[in-house]
Design a protein around this ligand. Structure first.
Ligand code: ADP
Length: 479
């Protein structure tokens, strides 16, 4: 077993002891992380307080003017170097992420690669799209718009895709000239701390990116409430999102909310069933279903429903814990998923934890499929956030659309049909922020965000760049 590392906050370009500069190196209170693949304790992080948040916001406040004063090209150069640094440090980042999430190597690789891509992408687009425009108002007038940063942005992220979700918000926020205080999940903070260190080494000025670790109710709440924070970006649960929206409403500051989903995957009888089945299996296996955009409601046309379910179940039963999918990341989430399973008898496959073998040591749950569920059942309506798929059969296109939209959420939908016109027709009528037809890719370039209870605001794509800026109009009468 390797020795425990005690991590400090990252404030003003250095690793700061918790609770103020005078604390001894090991002072302040700490939280222990857990390796969910083995349930063994891992590194310790600082349990941040309002005082730590104060110091981080003050550092960001001091740094923000200089950073915002750089040209987009100047900031772009630093962002490119951060992307280089993430790529060069990928093995360490993957190790750190694995130690507190138990993720499988392919998933870690994907997330770290994507983390670098966010910096690369926003380093590029800010040079072309970070500037305003001229508004023509006739002779004697010069009017133009400028995008200006908010100042200090608070970024609060969850435990399911820790580094990746941090970079998704940080890259556009920094590109537009904001300074950031990030508060990663208390379960998975270490990769975000490492990122801040890498960014500093890559030339990001001190104080432009600060990371305060700690719990949501203490460090997270202090960050959201801090008068120096002018905008928030949050990814996480609906309950916490609602609480933060209330705080933001009270302070009249904007926020982006990336919340949950119960996204449908529609399969018509004329679809390429092999690819559709693979997509359904991936929805359950990728990150063990701990993805807000996981398409875990499998809606299948009646004539092929049983065949599709049979094929999905056969593929799911071949999945190996620790090889094809990881554990649940937190103990609370593990218990929550087990609670869903205990309350829903009749799984076609799976339905509980592993009771023997190496997987029994960790927070692994058997990939689970429930067929022909009642659309009103809890398992059909609530986000499970685990390796659990429910299926329902539909009669025709109208029925498929009604079932797809019969949810409080609206993050993603996937649709498979041999009739592309039908795919696009339904894509226009499904209430979701993004619809993938026949495996259409959703990448760094594609705006991402929710309809309905899945949240508001957009991450990724060009849309996110402008979320982190406010538009100013300047108009001059020339004579
Ligand atoms: P989960 O319940 O899945 O852990 P949360 O939405 O509670 O998801 O957590 C997402 C992020 O929000 C984490 O960084 C967490 O610490 C933070 N958080 C939780 N509660 C609060 C709160 N009251 N104020 C601010 N941040 C919070």
């Amino acid at each position: 077993m390797t020795a425990t590392t005690r991590h400090r906050h990252w404030i003003d370009g250095g690793d700061a002891p918790p609770d103020g500069g005078d604390a001894p190196p090991d002072g302040g209170s700490r939280l222990t992380t857990l390796d969910p693949a083995t349930r063994e304790p891992g590194d310790e992080i600082a349990a941040g307080t309002a005082a730590d948040v104060d110091r981080a916001v003050a550092a960001a406040e001091r740094a923000r003017h200089g950073w915002a004063a750089l040209s987009p090209a100047g900031r772009s150069a630093v962002l490119h170097r951060i992307a280089d640094a993430i790529e060069a440090d990928a093995d360490t980042l993957m190790d750190l992420e694995r130690a507190c999430t138990g993720k499988i190597p392919a998933q870690l690789r994907l997330e770290v690669d994507l983390s670098a891509q966010y910096f690369r992408y926003y380093a590029g687009v800010v040079r072309a799209a970070g500037q305003g425009s001229v508004v023509e108002q006739g002779a004697g007038v010069h009017t133009y718009t400028r995008y200006e940063p908010y100042g200090v942005v608070g970024v609060i992220t969850p435990w399911n895709l820790p580094l990746n979700q941090a970079c998704r918000a940080l890259a556009p926020a920094l590109a537009m000239g904001n300074a950031v205080v990030a508060k990663p999940s208390e379960f998975t903070s270490v990769s975000t701390l490492r990122l801040a260190r890498l960014a500093s080494r890559a030339g990001l000025p001190d104080g432009v990116l600060n990371v305060v670790t700690g719990t949501g109710p203490e460090a997270g709440a202090a960050l959201a409430a801090h008068p120096g924070v002018r905008r928030l970006a949050f990814t996480g649960s609906v309950a916490t999102g609602r609480r933060l929206a209330e705080v933001a409403a009270g302070r009249l500051i904007p926020l982006t909310l990336e919340l949950g989903g119960k996204s449908p995957l529609l399969v018509f009888a004329d679809a390429d069933l092999e690819r559709a089945v693979a997509a359904a299996v991936a929805a359950l296996a990728a990150n063990s279903g701990q993805v807000c955009s996981a398409t875990t409601r499998l809606l299948v046309e009646e004539s092929v429903h049983d065949e599709v379910v049979e094929r999905v179940v056969a593929a799911v039963e071949k999945l190996q814990p620790g090889v094809d999918f990881g554990p649940l990341i937190t103990e609370a989430q593990y218990e929550k998923v087990l609670g869903f399973l205990a309350g829903t008898p009749g799984a076609v496959t799976g339905g509980g934890p592993y009771t023997e073998g190496p997987a029994a040591r960790g927070l692994y749950i058997r990939p689970t499929v429930y067929a022909r569920v009642d659309p009103a059942a809890r398992i059909a309506r609530e986000e499970v956030f685990g390796p659990v798929l429910v299926t329902m059969a539909f009669r025709d296109e109208a029925d498929a659309l009604a079932l797809a939209n019969d949810t409080d959420y609206g993050l993603v939908a996937a649709l498979w049909s041999g009739d592309l016109a039908r795919g696009l027709r339904l894509a226009e009528r499904i209430d979701a922020g993004q619809v993938a037809v026949n495996g259409g890719p959703l990448t760094v370039e594609t705006p991402f965000g929710g309809y309905k209870r899945s949240g508001y605001g957009r991450e990724k794509g060009l849309a996110a760049l402008h979320e982190y800026a406010q538009l100013k109009t300047v108009s001059a009468q020339l004579w």
